[in-house]
Design a protein around this ligand. Structure first.
Ligand code: NDP
Length: 252
């Protein structure tokens, strides 16, 4: 039920952090994995890590804000393995600033990276997921799919939008046997959150105190949800958004 033998996955932002955590889960379950990101040496290093876990893996140089590059990346994966079964739209970024100060350019960078990319990658992957006869799309949301914050207006807008993109593509592609779901990480220790903690040093403890399980998450906490949403175990789940947050969003 949880095996991914003979499945091929493309993971954007798979070269570190949450994406690499998810890639490790998929690799252990038997999938071949294409790791896509802008940093080519990080892509290669991540692919080596996945090979050490016994998986086939390939690095793919990709800026997810470039629609032509997305189409090329998807084709390169299909030409390597002959099919594509799993797409993980994980690449993301943030710019921390209050709405009255946020530059329009930064708004577009965040929206393009976090949500337009998921639309474009999903669209480019759809014919292959459909022709495989079964497909899985995993979109990356956030606690800011649920909550707002004065410091991340563009980020929260992008993570709210991806929940609705998830529902719409889930409905559109249900009869093609493609399930589309969204995972909502809580507070995970990665470069993204380290940057925020450098700017606001009290943030780490304030958040830890509010997490019912009493600890920040780690990228490996995302391994299980990746396998579940990519495997036949979740075949009757589509359009859902699932928190992986140590209870953060359950705590009023
Ligand atoms: P990291 O900064 O550790 O990783 C971000 C990843 O996204 C990198 O692999 C990076 O690769 C890739 N990326 C960024 N911009 C682009 C781009 N334009 N084109 C291609 N790849 C890109 O962050 P996280 O692992 O924390 O974040 C991963 C996802 O999880 C994001 O969507 C984030 O919003 C989300 N998230 C994170 C949470 C957390 O607490 N850490 C909480 C909730 C959601 P490269 O630089 O090589 O392009």
């Amino acid at each position: 039920m949880f095996t991914l033998d003979n499945k091929v996955a493309l993971i954007t932002g798979g070269n570190k952090g949450i994406g690499l955590g998810m890639a490790c889960g998929l690799a252990k379950a038997g999938a071949a994995i294409a790791v896509a990101g802008r940093n080519e040496s990080m892509n290669e290093k991540a692919a080596e890590t996945l090979c050490e876990l016994g998986a086939e893996a390939m690095p793919v140089a990709l800026d997810v804000t470039d629609a032509d590059a997305i189409a090329e990346a998807v084709e390169s994966v299909v030409s390597r393995w002959g099919h594509l079964d799993i797409l993980v739209n994980n690449a993301g970024t943030t710019v921390r600033d209050r709405p009255e100060n946020l530059a329009e350019e930064d708004w577009h960078t965040v929206m393009d990276t976090n949500v337009t990319s998921a639309f474009l990658c999903s669209k480019a992957s759809y014919p292959h997921l459909k022709s495989a006869g079964a497909g899985k799309v995993l979109n990356c949301g956030s606690m800011y799919s649920v909550f707002g914050s004065e410091w991340v207006p563009a980020y929260a807008a992008s993570k709210g939008a991806i929940v609705q993109l998830t529902k719409s593509t889930a409905v559109a592609w249900a009869k093609d046997n493609i399930q589309v779901n969204c995972f909502l990480p809580g507070w995970i220790d990665t470069d993204l959150t380290r940057a925020a903690r450098r700017k606001s040093p009290e943030l780490h403890q304030r958040i830890e105190d509010r997490i019912p399980t009493g600890r920040w998450g780690e990228p490996k906490d995302l391994e299980g949800i990746a396998v579940f949403l990519a495997s036949p175990a979740s075949d009757y789940i589509t359009g859902a958004s699932i928190p992986i947050d140590g209870g953060f969003s359950a705590f009023g």
